[in-house]
Design a protein around this ligand. Structure first.
Ligand code: GLU
Length: 450
């Protein structure tokens, strides 16, 4: 591999040895884009890669809040404004007990290339807090969000940095965050956050966008292979907003999601989670009841529950890991291969360990699609929400959905073209990294060294 690329990977691994997720994504992305660096010696001259792996700005802040019993708590809030070369920083907020600087940085780095792929003018950012929303009352969530925004509001804005949701942050949290921002600013700047409620500038189809977008992307892959989505069985993970969107769109197109997972294990529903509206609606109920367990689904609908296991050993046509980072390890990848799965479509951010990803990509006949392309529909519709907010208008659900489909098709086509340009064949992982990278790199070069 290109010596400059290897040296930057080694530099990051050494410097950030205590940030494993960040090192993992840097290695994955930089390995893919090595051929582009070979073709552009001017990048090394300005040391573009070292600049790219360093966030423009990253900060922590104190978030103090009071629980319903009158006890006070202190958490750490984060915002990583990773790269603003192609637009205002854009990316979600994650509220989860295990949030660390490494997780926020890896997500911000990924987001930079993902946002670039959407074709919309959005830079990369990410944030969150090591706050565990599980079991908190509505009033506690509201107080936490208000305190979080009080610390963050002066560093964001519709043309500066536009946060959104991620794990633990949904429409409810975005509502409280926006309410506090509006109160503090004394202005109606609803372009400052996306994923808002529909009564104050939220885009129709935003809640479904990540799930729908991943199915649209899958359709492009299947089309490329001369296959139809109708009748396909899909293994999903998680049971949150993204998986819910996948189930809905899979049902509309005649495919079937047969697994869901949670921290407690996985369920197998051979008739399909997407079989009925009742089942799909139940995912929303499970997410809102705060139990954070998938067994409830098995109890309600009388299907198999496998405690403490992941769904990757189930025989299906398509595997879509849609829960969290590093969910699929080498032993899972081996099961997927043994089952003869042809389509491995990542949905969650970095759901596969690097060794498992390399192993899957090395299997003859297996098609691997990377999350930064597959899940980009979510942030793409966030970009459309920003456009609607700045123009003070509202597009219909059909209009947004049509644009989303166009964007997903384009991401697939751009990835195919980028991989072909470097003689890599139908390599969607390398293609997405290269296509995402090229635009950011060009913008950085053209804006000069800073
Ligand atoms: N958190 C989502 C993502 O990973 C959405 C970000 C956004 O809409 O800004 O892309």
């Amino acid at each position: 591999m290109n010596a400059y690329v290897s040296s930057v990977i080694e530099y990051v691994k050494k410097k950030y040895a205590n940030e494993p997720e960040f090192c993992q994504t840097v290695e994955e992305v930089l390995t893919s884009i090595a051929p582009v660096v070979d073709a552009h010696p001017e990048y090394q001259k300005v040391d573009l890669l070292t600049r790219m792996v360093e966030p423009e700005r990253m900060f922590t802040f104190r978030v103090v809040w009071c629980d319903d019993a009158g006890q006070w708590h202190t958490n750490t809030g984060y915002r990583c404004q990773f790269n603003g070369a192609i637009g205002p920083y854009k990316g979600g907020l994650r509220f989860q007990a295990n949030v660390t600087p490494s997780i926020i940085k890896f997500l911000g780095f990924e987001q930079t290339f993902k946002n670039s792929l959407t074709g919309l003018p959005m830079g990369g950012g990410k944030g969150g807090a090591d706050f565990d929303p599980a079991g908190k009352s509505d009033a506690e969530i509201m107080r936490f969000c208000q305190s979080f925004m009080t610390a963050l509001y002066r560093y964001i804005g519709p043309d500066v940095d536009v946060p959104a949701g991620d794990m633990g942050v949904g429409a409810r949290e975005i509502g409280y965050l926006f309410g506090q921002y509006r109160r503090l600013k004394g202005a109606w700047e609803n372009g400052v956050l996306t994923g808002k409620g529909f009564t104050f500038g939220g885009s129709l189809t935003r809640p479904e966008a990540t799930g729908y977008g991943s199915i649209y992307y899958l359709q492009e892959v299947l089309k490329h292979e001369g296959e139809d989505i109708k009748g396909k069985t899909i293994a999903c993970a998680g049971f949150g907003n993204v998986t819910w969107g996948i189930c809905k769109k899979a049902r509309d197109l005649g495919a079937k999601v047969v697994t869901l997972s949670g921290p407690d294990g996985y369920i197998y529903d051979p008739d399909g989670v997407s079989e009925s509206q009742e089942k799909i609606d139940y995912l929303v109920e499970m997410r809102n009841n705060g139990h954070d367990r998938v067994k409830d689904y098995a109890d309600k609908f009388g299907v198999e529950f496998h405690a403490g296991e992941k769904p990757w050993g189930v025989k299906v046509d398509v595997v879509m890991p849609s829960a969290m980072q590093n969910d699929v390890h080498m032993e899972d990848a081996k099961k997927i291969v043994a089952n003869g799965v042809k389509y491995y479509i990542e949905v969650a951010n970095m759901p596969t360990t690097n060794d498992a990803l390399q192993y899957l990509m090395g299997q003859k006949g297996m098609i691997v699609a990377p999350s930064k392309a597959v899940n980009a529909g979510g942030v793409a519709v966030s970009g459309l929400e920003m456009s609607q907010n700045s123009e003070r208008l509202v597009w219909s659900a059909e209009e947004v959905d049509e644009k989303l489909q166009g964007i997903m098709k384009n991401i697939h086509a751009m990835s195919v073209a980028a991989a072909e340009e470097y003689g890599l064949g139908y390599n969607l992982v390398a293609g997405a990294n290269i296509a995402g990278f090229k635009k950011v790199a060009t913008a950085m070069m053209e804006q000069g060294c800073f």
